[in-house]
Design a protein around this ligand. Sequence first.
Ligand code: FES
Length: 250
Amino acid sequence: MADLQLTLKVWRQKSSSDKGKFETYDVSGLNSHMSFLEMMDVLNEQLVGKDREPIAFDHDCREGICGMCSMVINGRAHGPLKGTTTCQLHMRHFKNGDTITIEPWRAKAFPVIKDLVVDRSSFDRIIQSGGYVSVNTGSAPDGNAIPIPKEVAEEAFDAAACIGCGACVATCKNASASLFVSAKVSQLALLPQGQPERKERVNKMVSKMDEEGFGHCTNTGACQAECPKEISIEYIRKMNLDYNLSNIKG
Ligand code: FES
């Protein structure tokens, strides 16, 4: 187990109204088996030991499920590994003596609350606008009682893998939320239960996304490259098609 000593340049910001700045910390007592968040815990223990304010950062499950661990590490959302959340990133991917830069998600629709914590309630409001099924689907049906072709079920399942972390927004040069919204639209639009509200849903969710201040998609594909769940931009094409079809009159 290799010992690590790192220099961390971390974004510190007292509140949303504070300008914020980078602060540099030397951290020791680390090893290559630690996760990135455990490394942050060690840094915070060292800061508290020196009577300094610990760094605020979001986390919950630490298992790649909840989407809370939002950090831009060396300029990349969730760090250097493909298909990996910050909490699943391990320090063996860094070298002794490395300098690591850590920033919050940066987007108008995700204002910084404190240090590395941003307000992602805009995502909640998009879901509240239509990302649900309100038809009565009754009690749980028997397995395979609703015939759905395997490839369609898998496509819906892949869309449902989105954990709503916001890496797509943080990565996109336009701060577009199209990958997130398209995944949430598609997971329902592909299934029979999602059909009654299909047109209304896509309209409401796309309108809400615009209202919340997210930028437009210009198909750079950066979101797909950095998404920790490797959600495909094909869902954006499907969402745009659905949106256009839902607005055809007559
Ligand atoms: S803490 Fe839950 S996905 Fe990282």
